[in-house]
Design a protein around this ligand. Structure first.
Ligand code: MEV
Length: 442
C-alpha cells in the first residue's frame, strides 16, 4: 500500500478524513471505516462537544467507567467512579475501601493548595540593580494584571506572592519571576498562563520606561511564560491506621503481626530502590489516574507532578509511608494534586459532570482528598496482595474473563472454565483449548 501525504487535512470533513485514512493506512477500507463510524455517537450535539476537545477527530475511543463503592473518607461515604482499562484495579480499590471502612476509613489533610507559574527572561545589567528594583517591578506587574486577577480574588484566590530568582550562575543573564497562585476550585492553568503572559508584557514595558533602569540596560528578553506542573505546595495527605491486631488474618493464614511487618518492609523497599519505587508509585497512580480521568482532570499534569515530587530528595522514591508504633499500623500517602472541579473538561464532558455529581459536587480540595484516598487504597491492595498471595491470582481471574469475552463464551461456559482454572495457570491457548473441548463434547 503506497501512502500519500495530505494537505488541508484539518479542513476535510470527518468522512473525508476517514476515507483518506482507510485507503492509505488500512487494509479493509469498507469494514474499517464502518468500525470508526460505529464509535461515533448518535447524538449530534454531544458528538460536537466531544469533537471540540481535540483536532482532526474521526471517532471516539471507549474506556470502561466503573464504580468503587464503600469509600469512607473523613467519615463520609463515597461511591467513586473510575475510568481505567486495567483488569483488577477497580476490584482492588473496592476491596481496600471495604477493608478500611470497618477500621475507621481514610483520613485526609490538605497540606497546601498553592500553584506556581514562571516568567523566564534574560537581562544583562547589574544583578544588584535588578534585585534592588524588584519591589517596584512587582508592584508594576501586579497593578497591570489587576483586571485579570480581580475575579479570582473575589472567589478567595489570586496571587499570593512573587519572587525574583537569579539563575545567572547557570546561564548568563537568566532570571525568573516565580509566581505563587491560589486558584480555588479551578485547576487554574488558563488563569495562571494569562497572568504570566500579562506579566511578561508589563516586564518589557517596565524596562523601557522606568527611570530606575539604566539607559544602557533597557533590553530585556522574555524567553517564555508558563505555569509549572510541579506543585510541591499543593499537596494532600491520605492515611489509614488501626491497631495491628485489628488487621485480621490474611490469605494462607498469615497473621496480622506478620502482615504488618512484611507490609512495612515492602514500603521501605520502595524507599530504598527506584526500580521498586517506580512500580510502587505506578500502582498508586492506577487509582489516582482513574479518578482524575473520570472527573475530566489532567492526568498528565498529575503524573508529572507526582513523579517529580517522588524525586524531590534527589532519588526517586515511594510516595507512601508505613510505620508501626506502639502496636498501631499506620500507612499514608503524600501526593501533589493540582486539580479542579470547575472549568475545563470538568464542566464540559457530560461524564465528568456526572462523576462530580456522584461525588457530591466536591470543591477542588475535597476532590484532592478523594483522589489521594483512592491512590492509597490502590497501593494498600497491591502491597497486601504482593506480600500474601502475589498479584497474579487476582490479575489472572480478570484476564480469564477478558479471554472468555474474546472467545464469546456463554455464561454456562464461563462458569465451567472458571471452575476448571481455579487451581491452574491461565493462558490464552489453555483457555481456548479447554473451551474447544467443552464445545466439542456437547
Ligand atoms: C500493577 O498495575 C500495579 C502493581 O504492580 C503495583 C505494585 O507492584 O505495587 C501491582
Amino acid at each position: 500500500m503506497s501512502k500519500k501525504s495530505v494537505n488541508g487535512f484539518s479542513k476535510m470533513s470527518k468522512n473525508e478524513k476517514l476515507d483518506w485514512l482507510t485507503s492509505n493506512y488500512m487494509n479493509k477500507a469498507d469494514t474499517d471505516k464502518a468500525l470508526f463510524n460505529y464509535f461515533q455517537l448518535n447524538n449530534d450535539s454531544l458528538q460536537k462537544v466531544i469533537d471540540g476537545f481535540s483536532e482532526n477527530t474521526v471517532s471516539n475511543f471507549v474506556l470502561p467507567y466503573s464504580l468503587a463503592p464503600n469509600f469512607l473518607i473523613d467519615d463520609e461515604l463515597y461511591c467513586i467512579p473510575m475510568v481505567i482499562e486495567e483488569s483488577s484495579v477497580v476490584a482492588a480499590a473496592a476491596s481496600a475501601a471495604k477493608y478500611w471502612q470497618h477500621r475507621g476509613g481514610f483520613k485526609t489533610t490538605i497540606l497546601g493548595t498553592t500553584k506556581v507559574g514562571q516568567v523566564h527572561f534574560k537581562w544583562h545589567g547589574s544583578q544588584s540593580v535588578i534585585k534592588s528594583i524588584y519591589s517596584k517591578i512587582e508592584s508594576f506587574l501586579l497593578g497591570n494584571a489587576a483586571a485579570i486577577i480581580d475575579n479570582m480574588k473575589s472567589r478567595g484566590g489570586g496571587i499570593q506572592r512573587t519572587e525574583l530568582l537569579d539563575f545567572t550562575h547557570a546561564e548568563p543573564g537568566l532570571y525568573q519571576i516565580k509566581v505563587h497562585f491560589e486558584t480555588c476550585d479551578s485547576m487554574g492553568a488558563n488563569f495562571i498562563n494569562s497572568v504570566l503572559e500579562n506579566f511578561s508584557d508589563s516586564l518589557e514595558r517596565f524596562f523601557v520606561d522606568s527611570p530606575d533602569v539604566p539607559d544602557e540596560d533597557r533590553d530585556v528578553y522574555i524567553i517564555m511564560s508558563i505555569l509549572s506542573n510541579y506543585t510541591p505546595e499543593c499537596v494532600v495527605r491520605a492515611e489509614v491506621s488501626c491497631p495491628v491486631h485489628d488487621l485480621g488474618v490474611f490469605a494462607n493464614g498469615m497473621l496480622a503481626e506478620q502482615l504488618a511487618e512484611k507490609f512495612k518492609t515492602a514500603v521501605k523497599i520502595a524507599h530504598i530502590d527506584p526500580y521498586r519505587a517506580t512500580t510502587h508509585n505506578k500502582g498508586i497512580f492506577n487509582g489516582i489516574d482513574a479518578v482524575i480521568l473520570a472527573t475530566g482532570n489532567d492526568f498528565r499534569a498529575t503524573e508529572a507532578a507526582g513523579h517529580t515530587y517522588a524525586a524531590r530528595h534527589g532519588q526517586y522514591s515511594s510516595l507512601s509511608f508505613c510505620e508501626i508504633t506502639d502496636g498501631i499500623f499506620r500507612f499514608w500517602l503524600d501526593v501533589p494534586l493540582a486539580i479542579g472541579t470547575v472549568g475545563g473538561l470538568t464542566s464540559l464532558h457530560p461524564m465528568a459532570k456526572k462523576t462530580l455529581e456522584i461525588l457530591g459536587n466536591p470543591s477542588a480540595a475535597q476532590l484532592m482528598r478523594i483522589v489521594a484516598s483512592v491512590g492509597l487504597a490502590q497501593n494498600f491492595a497491591a502491597i497486601r496482595s504482593l506480600v500474601t498471595t502475589g498479584i497474579q491470582k487476582g490479575h489472572m481471574k480478570m484476564h480469564l474473563m477478558n479471554i472468555l469475552n474474546h472467545l464469546s463464551a456463554s455464561e454456562d461456559e464461563c462458569v465451567r472454565v472458571f471452575s476448571y482454572f481455579d487451581d491452574k495457570t491461565v493462558s490464552f491457548a489453555g483457555v481456548r483449548d479447554y473451551l474447544a473441548r467443552i464445545r466439542s463434547s456437547i
